[in-house]
Design a protein around this ligand. Structure first.
Ligand SMILES: Cc1cc2nc3c(=O)[nH]c(=O)nc-3n(C[C@H](O)[C@H](O)[C@H](O)COP(=O)(O)OP(=O)(O)OC[C@H]3O[C@@H](n4cnc5c(N)ncnc54)[C@H](O)[C@@H]3O)c2cc1C
Length: 450
């Protein structure tokens, strides 16, 4: 058995799905072990529910309703939370350096002169170091622009609450500008919205965007006519939308989108993006001021830069115990990890259900490694996937066996998300937003408040 030190430090980097669930499981599994310190670090002060970011961007849901302050989440529990930007991981000395109060944070502290708080009284960009005996890499992913010129500069991504709020503000701004011009060409450019990527996120995003533009905004702005001025375009490099869904469900989703006059461009590659155009397949150029990127993710940049064995896409390779290769004290899970169920098979997808399932095994194996007992092999169970198509319709594949379409699929989508939200917060305020939308239309007030 391992010689017990005075204190064992377990450091979790990232408080997304994987990080928060690992902390929760570690609390449970280390209850009877003395002198274990669990520390969780994230750039944000809150945990947020990424699958609903597009609903913030399209004003379906209020951003406060999908986030939960991390200090409250671990209130009175034995997890120490630190807010800061993770800057460096020193594998040799087993330390991690963070920077607090820096501009990369989604919500840097506000220095409000009305309350007589002076920024100069606070230490900005303060460096702080943490040592670890066990490290959990759960830092998620970064958007993947696949080297498309101009994509990182001119397209909007759904990567945080902040970017989702920016998209919402941008949509409203474009409608305001379009309302103030008689130039029909400019009006059309301002109201052409292009979503890139027709996976589950891109598809849900486009239907919500269509609904918002047609049924809420076009109704509110006197000089905008939806059919004349708006174009809603979904671009996909592959030859179909929803590439991981059954063809029968894809056909249903396609029909629904086409009935709503959403333009679908499959087998279409984005080749260049500028501030006011998008170039497709190196030939077609569409004038637009709104390019919304939902085309996929790559490993977190900092994790990809660490001297650990990685897959070609930068994700850290892990063994069947979720330990990094050659570093048994470092565990990796979720989007920044590459777990192959079997040699030669594709790695697991970057989804929340993978991160959550991995977190239990990672927490269990840290404790087993500490106790010197046999580690547990991770086994992934696919629970299914659901996609909302708006108007209370959807498509769903439950546990890889049952296929649903229409209202039942949409309802199972809501139930799945609500279940997750309720784990984070006992009475989900998202339920309030969704109930309100069922009874009334989306509220313009949500725009005006932010
Ligand atoms: C718009 C969108 C929709 C999605 N929809 C679905 C869905 O419907 N179903 C599904 O299963 N999955 C969905 N996903 C994928 C899912 O969100 C991820 O697979 C999941 O969040 C991965 O969990 P994770 O813990 O690995 O990373 P994350 O949940 O992303 O957490 C990573 C954490 O690390 C923190 N972090 C990163 N870098 C630093 C740093 N340098 N310093 C400090 N903190 C840092 C981040 O702030 C974040 O809190 C969606 C993702 C997006 C973006």
């Amino acid at each position: 058995m391992k010689k017990r030190q005075e204190q064992t430090d377990i450091l979790i980097l990232g408080a997304g799905f994987g990080g928060v669930c690992t902390a929760k499981y570690l609390l449970r599994f280390t209850r009877k072990i003395p002198n274990v310190k669990i520390t969780l670090i994230d750039r944000n002060t809150y945990h947020f529910f990424t699958p609903l970011l597009h609903e913030i961007a399209t004003a379906s849901i209020h951003s406060d309703h999908i986030k939960r302050p991390l200090r409250m989440l671990f209130n009175q529990e034995n997890v120490e939370f630190h807010q800061g930007e993770i800057k460096d991981v020193d594998l040799k000395n087993q330390t991690v350096e963070i920077c607090t109060n820096c501009t990369n944070c989604d919500t840097p502290p506000k220095y409000d002169h009305h309350t007589y708080i002076n920024k100069a009284d606070f230490i900005s960009d303060r460096r702080q170091a943490f040592r670890y005996d066990y490290l959990v890499l759960a830092m998620g992913s970064d958007p993947n622009f696949y080297g498309v010129t101009g994509a990182d500069k001119y397209s909007y991504t759904l990567s945080s609450i902040k970017t989702s709020e920016e998209i919402k503000a941008r949509i409203l701004e474009c409608f305001e500008l379009a309302n103030q011009t008689n130039n029909l060409q400019l009006k059309k450019e301002l109201l052409t919205f292009v979503v890139i990527g027709a996976g589950a996120t891109g598809t849900e995003y486009i239907v919500e965007l269509h609904d918002l533009c047609k049924n809420v905004l076009a109704e509110e702005f006197e000089f905008v006519k939806f059919n004349r001025d708006c174009r809603i375009i979904l671009v996909e490099a592959m030859d179909q939308i929803l590439p991981n869904m059954d063809p029968y469900l894809v056909k249903y989703a396609m029909k629904h989108l086409q009935e709503n006059k959403i333009e679908i461009m499959t087998s279409t590659k984005v080749t260049k993006i500028t501030g006011c155009t998008i170039e497709l397949n190196g030939k077609i150029s569409i004038p637009t001021h709104n390019i919304l990127w939902a085309a996929g993710v790559k490993a977190n940049n900092l994790v990809a830069s660490l001297p650990l064995k990685e897959n070609s896409d930068g994700r850290v390779k892990v063994n069947s115990f979720l330990q990094t290769i050659d570093r048994p004290e470092i565990f990796a899970l979720g989007d920044n990890a590459c777990f192959m169920p079997k040699e030669g098979e594709n790695p697991l997808m970057q989804t929340a259900q993978v991160a959550v399932q991995e977190s239990r095994t990672a927490a269990m194996n840290i404790v087993k490694h500490f106790n010197g007992t046999k580690l547990h092999h991770f086994k992934y169970v696919f629970l299914g996937s659901t996609v909302s198509l708006g108007e209370r319709k959807g498509v769903a594949n439950l546990i890889g066996k049952f296929e649903l379409k229409g209202f039942s699929a949409w309802f199972s989508w809501k139930l799945t998300y609500l279940r997750h939200l309720l784990i984070i917060e006992k009475l989900s305020r998202a339920l309030w937003d969704w109930s309100f939308d069922l009874l009334y239309n989306r509220q313009m007030a949500r725009f005006k408040l932010h």
